[in-house]
Design a protein around this ligand. Structure first.
Ligand code: HEC
Length: 178
């Protein structure tokens, strides 16, 4: 078979075009494979074992309020040792680094006379309900960013429940326990 120059050129062009197209396809496949690999990886990462575990733990930890009924104020006296450097809790006790905490439970947030609160806490408004106290004592900084209370917080819900009961014992007309 004899092909003319133009026929040969035509085949050459066709073959080149086919090879180029083919490599393009292969390229696509490679890119696609990459995407797949990435997706598969992401899904694996989203196995979220530890994260979910942490969330569940967080939920269990979240509230001291549910523990109030079973917690003891006596235990709270012990927990309060962590607060004593900055707080008195007796009626008529002095403000120290922090305000006196008599009548705090159920009272106005940032409401103790003669103490100069941070704007962060003064701007909160509302009352120290058991829920609010629980949140504040868990992490003062998260509850009121910029608070002057430089105390990391009580991570254990049982500690918070006990110290809240202890403060409640130093309150004239505390709100009923939930
Ligand atoms: C390093 C000192 C320090 C320690 C320790 C500390 N506090 Fe405070 N606390 C403060 C200061 C300062 C404020 C005022 C915060 C502000 O104005 O932002 C405050 C505010 C408070 C308030 C709000 C009072 C109000 O009148 O609204 C409560 C409740 C409280 N503290 C409870 C506790 C308890 C309970 C502990 C111990 C578990 C504790 N604090 C440990 C310094 C401290």
């Amino acid at each position: 078979m004899h092909f003319s120059f133009w026929e040969k050129t035509g085949f050459a062009v066709l073959i080149t075009a086919w090879v180029l197209w083919g490599s393009d396809q292969i390229g696509d496949m490679l890119v696609h494979a990459d995407e797949l690999a990435e997706n598969a990886y992401k899904i694996e990462v989203a196995d979220a074992g530890p994260t979910e575990g942490a969330v569940v733990e967080e939920k269990i930890e979240v509230s001291a309020v549910s523990l109030l009924a079973s917690a003891s104020a006596d235990g709270g006296a012990k927990v309060f040792k962590k607060c004593q450097a900055c707080h008195s809790v007796e009626k008529g006790g002095p403000n120290k680094v922090g305000p006196n905490l008599y009548n705090t439970v159920g009272g106005k947030i940032a409401g103790h006379d003669g103490f100069s609160y941070s704007d962060a806490l003064a701007g909160k408004g509302g009352q120290w309900t058991y829920e609010e106290l629980d949140q504040f004592l868990k992490s003062p900084r998260d509850y009121a960013p910029g608070t002057k209370m430089t105390f990391a917080g009580l991570k254990k819900a049982s500690d918070r429940a006990e110290v809240i009961l202890y403060m409640r014992d130093h309150t004239d007309n505390p709100p009923p326990l939930p």
